[in-house]
Write a protein that binds this ligand. Structure first.
Ligand code: GAL
Length: 676
């Protein structure tokens, strides 16, 4: 993998980066010196600077105040702290919306989103883009060759969806590029239905709040357009900073399970995928969905290390109840990210703010100062992150892939009119991922465009909407010898949200070896019994399909109800491969048993079989070494883990062999010679 910019970055920070968002513009200069002294004490080597500083950098249009930033950049550099310099374009100053109210986004209901929030811009606004380009250019002119600069952080958590006139104009241009002419658009959107035929491009507008029901293909294309419009903003700023200097990595920070931007389309435009994640300490399962996110972020750029850009040192302040991270949890979550491919451990934020919405958000340096539990934990972690330097740049091998696709997500959740309209794509994905996590399988996350050739098993959760290339990729994977595990209501519509012809599931009828006559969503409270061919029984609910086998065989059938005797789980040999199709929502244990059985049958390696679920195991490796991460999520009991070979626990520097003990909420990172 050649990524010279990221390689240079790793060399620059000497391994894994450690630090957080730094907002010196919110503090008197007297505080900056103390900040830098304490940063050094905590082992900070990178800060994200100026994320929301536009108003401080350009207090009036065309009048710039860079003096404070010069001073901070110099101070950080003198103290060996590198800078991830942000373009401040997520927070346009008040004067911009006063001068050009049209930059403020109009919401779906037609209301203008006023100044005084954040992300108050319409990404399609040419005026916003012009001012954003200007401040980006000024920053790049001034700091591209500043010795502190190590990375560019473009904007922050791209996200607003806007319904302005500029968005409608942009939407039309986007549609013209996609469809060419109106006849093709009308066909793609099935506009003969309800007489919605367009005869002039100017009739096409962004979809606001539906007053009755809206055309689902229009909604779908609007999701795609919004993601692309935001991406254009990123690319424009990236290209500006690159035009000054092209050896510095350029990234932006993504969010956890963020529905409104298709990160598969974004990731190739960045030097590294970067994630902000705030697992809720009150949710005992938060680390499982965090693991999925970490696998996704490693996979977004084909297995390359990614950046943990923001997390909380303790509590956040944005939820109704914001509980603290108990002692040890922040360290464990950080090591968990590293175990799944992160090359940085960064926080929002360095110093807790005194005012503003986030005044109770935790920070590396809390309100109680350095003599505090959090600062002690942050400082201890900083030392450990330093010891993990050899892990930087290493990768992970997986034989199982889970499909995670934004188009499929939008198809399932953004448009009304399905047999049932309460699908949660995230829930279904997590139902498929959880057993893999609990049994310590290394998992990659894939899109319909990923190279699937290295996997033995492909898991496809409720893929209602898939384009023809995606269908071909899944089909070829099975034909070539892979095992596809697929859940109900998959392969139903094409990329334009039109039902595929010739019976359900149009895309996968041959693949699953069955035709579905009707989808039978369950009535509230309805449950079914399912008999497995091996004599076991299980319960199912939520969904059934009136399925008729066409070459496939029933792994399980309904034991009761009107579909008694019909298949509930189908297996089909396809080409050199195999397909297992779940036509109902099985109780989790029964689902897990079938899924894990398929993994074993496909010969997927499991080096950690038998270890308890709460002992998370993950491996990173390079040509010579592997790094075995053992993370104990249980707060009560230690786990003894037999390990083969001789190695060193990088966290303690002590030899590790035979059996290692992982204390409650503790971790071991064992380096040993690579197994081939
Ligand atoms: C992130 C954001 C930060 C801060 C943080 C609070 O979404 O990028 O600026 O607001 O959340 O958890």
């Amino acid at each position: 993998m050649t990524d010279p910019r990221m390689r240079a970055f790793r060399d620059r920070v000497g391994g894994l980066a450690y630090g957080g968002d730094y907002n010196p513009e919110q503090w008197d200069p007297g505080v900056w010196r103390e900040d830098v002294r304490l940063m050094r004490e905590a082992g900070v080597d990178l800060v994200s600077l100026g994320v929301f500083a536009w108003a401080s950098l350009e207090p009036e249009p065309g009048r710039y105040e860079f003096g404070w930033l010069d001073e901070v950049m110099d101070l950080l550099h003198e103290n060996g702290i590198a800078v991830n310099l942000a373009t401040p374009t997520a927070a346009p100053p008040a004067w911009l919306s006063q001068r050009h109210p049209e930059v403020l986004p109009v919401m779906a209901d037609g209301e203008r989103f006023g100044f005084g929030n954040r992300l108050h811009y319409d990404p399609s606004s040419p005026v916003y883009r012009e001012y954003a380009a200007n401040i980006t250019t000024r920053l790049a002119e001034r700091y591209s060759f500043h010795p502190a600069l190590a990375m560019w952080h473009i904007s922050n958590e791209y996200g607003p969806t806007a319904y302005n006139a500029a968005a409608s104009a942009g939407f039309r241009r986007w549609l013209q590029r996609r469809y060419g002419d109106l006849a093709t658009l009308n066909e793609a959107w099935t506009t003969r239905f309800w007489g919605q035929v367009y005869t002039d491009w100017d009739q096409v507008e962004v979809p606001g709040v539906p007053r009755t029901w809206m055309n689902p293909s229009r909604i779908l294309d609007f999701k795609r357009f919004t993601s692309d419009a935001l991406l254009e903003c990123f690319v424009a700023e990236r290209d500006i900073v690159r035009s000054f200097r092209d050896d510095i990595p350029v990234v932006t920070n993504f969010m956890r399970f963020y529905r409104h931007a298709d990160y598969w389309r974004w990731a190739p435009e960045e030097d590294a995928a970067a994630l902000d994640i705030y697992p809720d300490p009150a949710d005992p399962d938060a680390h499982v969905s965090a693991a999925f996110q970490f696998d996704l972020f490693r996979s977004l750029k084909g297995g390359r290390p990614w950046l943990l850009m923001e997390q909380a040192a303790s509590a956040v302040s944005q939820w109704r109840l914001n509980v603290v991270k108990e002692p040890g949890r922040m360290r464990l979550g950080s090591l968990q990210a590293v175990s799944r491919g992160a090359d940085s451990v960064m926080f929002f934020q360095w110093r807790a703010g005194r005012g503003g919405h986030e005044r109770f958000h935790s920070a590396m340096l809390p309100h109680s100062g350095p003599d505090s539990r959090t600062f002690r934990e942050v400082t201890a972690l900083g030392r450990e992150v330093g010891r993990l330097a050899p892990v930087a740049g290493t990768t992970t091998r997986a034989e199982v892939a889970v499909l995670f696709d934004w188009n499929g997500w939008w198809g399932l959740e953004e448009v009304w009119g399905l047999p049932r309209n309460d699908f949660s794509y995230v829930d279904t994905v997590m139902r498929h991922y959880r057993p893999l996590w609990e049994h310590h399988y290394a998992v990659d996350v894939v899109s319909t465009r990923s190279d699937l050739s290295s996997y033995k098993v492909l898991v496809v959760p409720n893929a209602y909407l898939m384009d023809d290339e995606g269908v071909a990729a899944v089909t070829e994977f099975a034909r070539g010898g892979g095992t596809v595990v697929m859940s109900f209501f998959s392969g139903v519509v094409d990329a334009c949200n039109r039902v595929r012809p010739d019976g359900y599931p149009g895309a996968f009828r041959r693949l699953i070896g069955a035709k579905i006559d009707e989808y039978w969503p369950a009535r509230p409270g309805e449950r079914f019994t399912v008999d497995f061919a091996d004599g076991r029984t299980a319960t199912a609910d939520w969904w059934r399909e009136d399925i008729h086998l066409e070459g496939g065989t029933a792994l399980a059938t309904y034991a009761d109800g009107l579909l008694k005797g019909r298949a509930a789980v189908v297996a089909n040999d396809f080409g050199a491969g195999r397909v297992v199709y779940f036509a109902t929502l099985l109780e989790q244990d029964a689902f897990d048993r079938v899924l894990l059985g398929e993994l074993r049958a496909a010969g997927v390696e499991n080096r950690f079989d038998g270890l308890p679920a709460h002992l998370e195991c993950a491996v990173r490796e390079d040509d010579r070494h592997e790094y075995l991460f053992l993370l104990n999520h249980d707060a009560q009991a230690s786990v003894a883990v037999p390990v083969d070979g001789h190695g060193t626990d990088l966290l303690t520097g002590l030899p590790a062999s035979g059996e290692v003990t992982v204390p409650p909420l503790g971790a071991v990172v064992m380096r040993r010679a690579r197994r081939v």
